[in-house]
Structures are given as C-alpha cells and as structure tokens.
Design a protein around this ligand. Structure first.
Ligand code: GTP
Ligand code: MG
Length: 417
C-alpha cells in the first residue's frame, strides 16, 4: 500500500529508560504472581480438617491473586503521555506530525483541531480511530479521511478521539508514547474541564507558541491553571514558525533573546516550575512545518513546497535537540510517577503474603513443640513407672530369697531332728 516502514533503531533513545523499566517491573510482577500462586497452593495443602491454616488464612492469601492480576493489567497499559497546548494555528498538530514523521493529524490555517485527539500505538497493521465511550473502530487510511471523519462526527471540543496508528510506523509510538493534540486554548471557556480530563496524568506539557508574536495571556493563564492542579509540571516551550525569522535576519538574535527571556521568566518566576537555568533548557526555536517536510522527504513521501528558507538546517537540528531533551524528560518522569507506586504495592503484597506464611509456620512450630512436650511428660511418667517396677521387683526378690532361706533353714532343722 505504498507505506514506507521506518526502521529507526532506537536502542540509544532516552525513551528506553521507560521501556526497560516497564519490562523489568512487568517481569517482577510475573514473579510476584508465581509466588502468590505458590503460596495459595501451599495454604490449601496445610488447611482442611485438623489443618494448620484456617479457611480465613487461605482466603487472605487468595485475595492477593486478583490484586496482582489487576496491577499487571494496569502495567501493560502504562505509557508516557505528552499533551500539546497553545493558541489556534500556532502549529500544534504540525509539531505532532513532525514528531511522528508523517502527516497523521489534520492541520491547516484557521481553527482546525476541534476536539482532543490522542495518538497512540496500534498493535495491528491498520490505522483506526475510536471516539470516546464507543468501541466502534473507524478505519483511517489517510489524513483527509481522518479530518473528514472528525468533522462528520460533530464532536464537542472537550471530547476525545483516539487515533490508533501502527506502532511499526513510528518510533515514539513503538516506545509507548501517547501524544494528545488539543484545540486552541483561545477557543474555549472550559479550560478547567480540559485539565481535569486530559492533563492530570500527563508526564510532559508542550506549549506551542508562535515566534512571530509572543506568549499570549490566554496561553499563560492556561498553564497557571495547570500548575495549580499539578505539582511541578514538566513544561517545554516551542517557539514555532521560527522560519519567519529568515526574512528578517538582521533582527534574528534580538527577537530570539527577547522571546527566550520572556519564556524563562514565565517558567521560572511566574509559574515557578523550574529554575531559570533549567528553563533555558526547555525553550526551543523551531519550524514544525520544515521539520515535517524534511522528514517526509527522507521517507520519500510526496511533498509540496520544496524550497526551505535560509537556516532551515539549524532549525531542524534544534527540533531534533528538543526531541532528545523531551524524551529524557518524559521517560524519567513517567518512570517516577507510574512505576514508583506499583513497586511499592508489589513490595507490600510480597510482605503481606510472607507474613501470612510466617503465621502458618508459627502455628506449625507451636503445635510441634506442644507434641514434643506431651511426649516428654509421657516419657517421664513411663520412667517413673519403670523405676517403681524395678524397686518392687527388687523387694520381691529379696523377700522371696528370705522366704526360701527360712524354708531351707526350717527343712534342715526338721531333717536334723
Ligand atoms: P488548531 O488545530 O486550529 O488549533 O491549529 P494548530 O495549532 O494545530 O496548527 P496547525 O498545525 O494546524 O498549523 C496551522 C497552519 O500553520 C498550517 O497551515 C501549517 O502548515 C502552518 N504551520 C505550522 N507550523 C509552521 C511553521 O513552523 N512555519 C510555518 N511557516 N507555518 C507553519
Ligand atoms: Mg490542530
């Protein structure tokens, strides 16, 4: 079907921190699962009539089987989530497409994205979409079809459409990154609802700003709200459409430093989500449109407008640099927030099951000790009976001996008369 398979080797990607951690914690939960099931078999073996374990002990251990199963299910679905926000037409959808190396989401002038779109990996070869609360899979072959399907379904701006894209086609999706596109923050009064529905479990936020203007109050307000609901959110700022600077090279440095200062100020002094130094590492000047074009060309996909503006390579490198820093940030954050809790619960379960087994062991030991004590008392009683018997036998022997002697004496007396 003309699809080019990207064979991006991603063993060096910082996303591997998450991928490896996920594999490891999954393996550990397989072991915990085995351990708990063994414990159940053991408990059954030592319960029943005159058993050491009570039915309550057995039920207690059995209850952990379901708990472990539930955690394993959640673990399988755990992913890294990045959400993109910014004003209409700043290029949010284009940034996502560039990161995915393909035109997946509809983009264009005017107000394009009219609901939340969550792009995630699909395990099958097909691309499909699913609206919130429905199990129906709508086939997606191309972007225009996707755009059409989205328009046709007349969704509310705060509703969510899942776009499942074949993992094989994109390294980010293969490594369990989920990308959430949003309508412009300027088109809705429902920012609180957005945050509650889509932001609370996001590992990274990307503010897609327009380098042709400056950070807007609506964009700032949105992130003020985010940072009151989430402690220390990870925020990147992309000054997009930086290709516009090519037409005014004499002001390039001046404009760049003006934007940079404002962005650093916003993150460090206004939102207080990081230090000024850290903020500098979170701000990039890019052109998503150029990055997407470059990548489409690399994959030999047909593209329009072949001419890129002066300095496009520098902007592309900065885009790649952003992706690297973003990958480091999201994988570390996701490992911390998603797996720390699971590993604590795993540890508690293993501890609880061990306590149950120890209790049964304790009961068994006590029963054994009681039996030994009973035997000892019995033995003592036997010994004393034995001693008494010996004494009685000795006395009897003496008595008989004396009787025999006296009889012999009497007989000899009688004979000698
Ligand atoms: P909404 O979905 O409407 O909120 O917009 P959006 O933020 O998703 O913007 P979108 O990606 O749809 O881009 C809007 C228009 O800007 C499209 O025509 C893009 O091709 C164009 N565009 C995006 N990024 C760049 C860029 O870096 N440079 C230039 N020159 N144009 C861009
Ligand atoms: Mg859009």
């Amino acid at each position: 079907n003309g699809t080019v398979r990207v064979n991006m080797s991603n063993v060096d990607s910082p996303l591997q921190i998450f991928v490896r951690a996920k594999k490891k914690i999954n393996d550990i939960f397989v072991e915990i699962d085995d351990y708990v099931k063994d414990a159940v078999i053991f408990m059954h073996a030592v319960s029943g009539e005159n058993g050491i374990a009570t039915p309550q002990d057995v039920a207690n251990v059995e209850s952990y089987v379901c708990k472990v199963q539930a955690i394993r299910e959640v673990l399988k679905r755990d992913h890294m989530k990045v959400a993109f926000f910014g004003r209409t037409s700043n290029g949010k959808s284009t940034v996502i497409n560039a990161m995915l190396h393909d035109k997946i989401l509809p983009s264009g002038i005017g107000h394009t994205t009219n609901c939340f779109l969550q792009v995630e990996g699909s395990d099958t070869d097909e691309a499909f979409m699913r609206t919130e609360g429905s199990e129906e899979k709508l086939n997606v072959q191309s972007v225009s079809q996707l755009g059409h399907a989205l328009c046709a379904s007349r969704l509310q701006e705060c509703s969510l459409v899942h776009v499942h894209w074949p993992r094989e086609l994109c390294a980010l999706l293969r490594d369990d990154v989920v990308l959430v596109d949003s309508p412009g923050v300027d088109v809705t009064p429902n920012l609180d609802e957005w945050i509650d529905k889509y932001c609370l479990d996001a590992d990274v936020f990307v503010l897609v700003a327009n380098a042709e203007s400056t950070l807007m109050v609506t964009e700032k307000n949105f992130f003020h709200k985010v940072s009151t609901k989430i402690s220390q959110p990870n925020i990147f700022i992309l000054n997009n459409r930086w290709d516009a600077s090519a037409s005014e090279p004499e002001y390039l440095e001046q404009v760049r430093s003006q934007h940079a200062t404002r962005c650093v100020d916003f993150l460090s002094r206004e939102l207080r989500v990081c230090s000024p130094k850290e903020a500098e590492e979170r701000i990039f000047f890019i052109s998503a449109k150029e990055a997407l074009l470059t990548r489409m060309r690399e994959r030999e996909k047909p593209v329009s407008s072949p001419i890129l503006a002066e300095g496009h390579q520098v902007r592309y490198f900065e885009f790649v640099d952003f992706e690297r820093k973003f990958e480091e940030c999201i994988s570390q954050s996701a490992v911390r927030t998603k797996f720390a809790q699971h590993s604590r619960r795993g540890k508690n379960i293993a501890g609880d099951v061990m306590a149950q087994l120890e209790q049964v062991y304790g009961t068994a030991t006590a029963q054994k000790a009681a039996k030994v004590e009973k035997q000892r008392i019995l033995q003592e009683q036997l010994s004393s009976v034995e001693e008494q018997l010996t004494a009685i036998t000795r006395q009897m022997k003496e008595k008989i001996g004396r009787m025999v002697e006296s009889v012999e004496h009497k007989v000899s007396l009688t004979l000698s008369q």
